[in-house]
Design a protein around this ligand. Structure first.
Ligand code: CUA
Length: 327
């Protein structure tokens, strides 16, 4: 009976541990900041488990058969050592370790200034991303951050409305985005890869639909990507642009290479090349774009974009196809 229970617990634990891998996991670190946090987690867990075992051991020892009452003096010593001295010493050791770890997690912990600064601003319910390249160029994107692998990148975090929280678990700790305040965080990805973060502070109805991809690229590939995204998409002159402009979409959205210069909603200059639509909610296809444009609230409750369900079907399809082609 007991062995069955042990087997079932082991299977359950294995199942739980399998969830520790992957692009969303803080326990599958892909950079030094996340690695330090994962190490802290393992050491705290091991220390907690050891203390728990010692306490349970003491309890089992105390309730063994044939025990005799302790003298007052022995009881007093037990309380002094196990109730005060040992716990204080253990907590002091763990606290010292955690404090020793902290400076390495601070922004700009090293002397070198990061080459790349990325401004990320939280909105209900999407992420505005502005890359500030060393040559002074600013490139605007949304809902995904690209960064060169092997390089510390500075993230400047702000919010446009309520408190959001920027967290890409495999790369590092979370940092709140607070209206009227600028927070800074530096992250480094060891190798190219795609990691998924999520808004980590409840910010409204669609808080859970506010994901963010972080794509670490080979530095040369990243520079090429940035240069390409500073220019209009090759598909910008396609059919559908006229309908997009005629329906006033440009009041809220920017599309490079067109008169659309709105800054209220996400920049759509290269929306077709993104990992997702609506911050991790839908795949980027013409169909999902049409679905979102017709009724954003059905996909993402509380989204500020008005519904365009009144558009004639052919116009809606033309806009969606054009946007999906902006790669
Ligand atoms: Cu933004 Cu939760």
């Amino acid at each position: 009976m007991a062995s069955w229970r042990a087997l079932a617990s082991a299977a359950a634990a294995a199942g739980l541990l399998a969830g520790c891998d992957g692009p969303r996991s803080a326990l599958d670190p892909a950079g030094p900041q996340a690695a330090a946090i994962a190490e802290l987690f393992y050491i705290m867990t091991a220390a907690g488990a050891a203390i728990w075992l010692a306490v349970i051991g003491g309890y089992l020892y105390a309730r063994r058969r044939g025990r005799r009452p302790w003298s007052d003096e022995a009881g007093g010593r037990l309380i002094l050592w196990c109730g005060a001295i040992l716990p204080s010493a253990l907590l002091l050791v763990l606290l010292t370790y955690a404090l020793w770890l902290m400076p390495g997690l601070r922004p700009l912990a090293t002397a070198e200034t990061p080459r790349l600064r990325i401004e990320v601003t939280g909105h209900q319910y999407w992420w505005e991303v502005v890359y500030h390249a060393p040559d002074g160029r600013a490139v605007v994107g949304a809902n995904e951050v690209r960064m060169p692998a092997g390089e510390r990148v500075e993230f400047v975090l702000e919010s446009q409305d309520v408190i959001h929280s920027f967290w890409i678990p495999p790369l590092g700790g979370k940092m709140d985005m607070i209206p009227g305040r600028t927070n800074r965080l530096t992250l480094l990805a060891d190798a190219p890869g795609t990691f998924i973060g999520n808004c980590a502070e409840y910010c409204g109805t669609s808080h859970a639909l506010m994901a963010l991809a972080a794509v670490a690229m080979e530095p040369a590939g990243f520079d090429a990507w940035l240069a390409e995204h500073a220019e209009p998409s090759a598909g910008v002159d396609g059919e559908g642009q006229a309908a997009f402009l005629a329906n006033g979409c440009g009041a809220c959205h920017t599309v490079l290479g067109t008169p659309a210069r709105g800054r209220i909603g996400p920049d759509l200059s290269h929306v077709g090349s993104r990992w997702s639509l609506a911050a991790g909610t839908l795949p980027v296809t013409a169909d999902s774009i049409a679905r979102f444009v017709a009724n954003p609230g059905a996909v993402k409750p509380g989204a500020n974009m008005p519904a365009y369900g009144m558009l004639p079907e052919d116009e809606l399809q033309a806009i969606a196809t054009w946007l999906a082609g902006l790669t």
